[in-house]
Design a protein around this ligand. Structure first.
Ligand SMILES: Cc1ncc(COP(=O)(O)O)c(C=O)c1O
Length: 419
């Protein structure tokens, strides 16, 4: 099933000579594994027992009533193990790496969700794991760093460039060029050089296949599927089984940040600042500055705060099959609050962008139509970002008290710690 690696003019394999061979081998191994019943059965078992699949499709009854229009359904990916869709891809690639005889996994992470999923998958499958993470992200995502270490992963802070996700990807690529004999680079989104965009889409397409079955079981008349788009893995996996059909509408919500100006958002498909470029081994739409350099981006959600977009999504956006919309930070926060209040479900900040797009669409449609929103992750991880916004005084007080307690040297009782 090796493809050309191109989606119209996007995609490809723009890498140093040394990485061409490992990428070719990976493409072949992936095609063989997905054609092998034993591999697929192993994967199926892990999806069921480790990830907790299938994830439910929840009818957001109260939210739909309050908005007054189409019925909103929520695909509950946030209930997957480690809290987001990232685990679907992590476990698939880790299992493939093991089949290829690799003993070590490296990964990049921004907010830490992909790092967390990879660290957990490696612990489960007995693989050594190193996660590259920009120094800035290490500092602001400490809870995820702690969890990755608990899973036995080594987290390496990256100090080059802007010390964020794109620098972590560079560092992971550098490691892989020297270590591919025993190491697999487990990319976390539907981007990078071929075969990664195809491979990540396939491992994430379980979201779309389950949704298609759940829609059919309930006889829903679906107008649109809505997903948030960072690099694009949850969106392309969710949309995948529907792409070749004329309907439903497929809607991607990207980060509108704080406004339309340069450096204020991560709007690659709806803004005016993106142009074609080749970065991180693939050709796509990238946000660039006046000098043609990769631009700084901004979003309240770390997972959407990336200057590029997966090549297949870029192509489907240009062809018109996927419609893109930009959702601002404050609209995402409003959506997060709305679904928490009406449905008792806290969306991840990334997913709340999709929630906001569905909230805008629902009232324009009749009641017998349905919209399915992919809640790519749950919001527990965002408590350090949402609490200072929703209840600033209480949160500051809590942090001060915690710090004072730690600095006072107050003993933390460890059960069983004293014999
Ligand atoms: C919950 C959640 N949703 C979405 C994303 C965006 O990634 P992608 O566009 O690859 O789905 C992330 C990335 O960290 C995430 O953690």
């Amino acid at each position: 099933m090796e493809t050309t690696g191109y989606f119209d003019r996007f995609g490809g394999r723009y890498v140093a000579e040394v990485l061409r061979r490992p990428l070719e081998e990976l493409g072949i191994a992936f095609a063989e594994a997905t054609g092998d019943r034993a591999f697929m059965e192993l994967l199926e078992g892990l999806r069921r027992d480790f990830i907790g699949r299938p994830t439910p499709l929840l009818f957001a009854e109260n939210a739909s009533r309050e908005l007054g229009g189409a019925r909103i359904y929520v695909k509950m990916e946030g209930l997957a193990h480690t809290g987001a869709h990232k685990i679907n891809n992590a476990i698939g690639q880790a299992l493939l790496a093991k089949r290829m005889g690799k003993t070590r996994i490296i990964a990049e992470t921004g907010a830490g969700q992909h790092g967390l999923a990879t660290a957990s998958a490696c612990a489960r499958l007995g693989l050594e794991c190193t996660v590259y993470m920009g120094e800035v992200d290490v500092r602001r995502q400490q809870p995820n760093v702690a969890a990755m270490e608990l899973y036995g992963a080594k987290v390496v802070p990256v100090t080059s460039g802007s010390r964020t996700l794109k620098d972590a990807i560079n560092e992971a690529m550098r490691d892989w060029a020297a270590s591919f004999a025993d190491t697999h680079y487990l990319i976390g989104s539907a981007l990078g050089p071929a075969p990664f965009p195809d491979m990540v889409r396939e491992f994430q397409s379980v979201i779309g296949s389950e949704t298609r079955e759940q829609i059919a079981e309930r006889g829903l008349s679906v107008e649109a599927l809505v997903a948030c788009v960072g690099g694009g893995s949850n969106a392309i996996g969710f949309f995948s089984p529907f792409i070749d059909a004329a309907s439903p509408r497929l809607i991607g919500a990207e980060a509108g940040g704080i406004g339309p100006g340069p450096g204020e958002n991560a709007a690659r498909m709806t803004g005016t600042a993106a142009s074609d470029g080749i970065i991180h081994g693939y050709k796509s739409r990238f946000l660039t500055d006046e000098d043609g350099q990769v631009a700084e981006t901004r979003s309240i959600s770390a997972g959407l705060d990336y200057p590029g977009i997966g090549p297949q999504l870029a192509a489907l956006g240009e062809s018109g099959r996927i419609e893109f919309t930009a959702v601002r930070d404050r609209e995402a926060l409003e959506a997060l609050r709305f679904f928490a209040r009406t449905e008792g479900v806290i969306f991840a900040l990334e997913s709340a962008h999709a929630g906001a797009a569905a909230m805008a669409l629902a009232p324009t449609l009749p009641k017998d139509r349905a919209i399915v929103v992919n809640m790519s992750g749950r919001g527990d991880k965002d408590i350090f970002i949402t609490s200072p916004v929703f209840r600033p005084a209480d949160w500051t007080g809590f942090l001060r008290a915690e710090l004072a307690r730690l600095e006072s040297g107050e003993e933390i009782h460890v059960f069983g710690g004293r014999e």
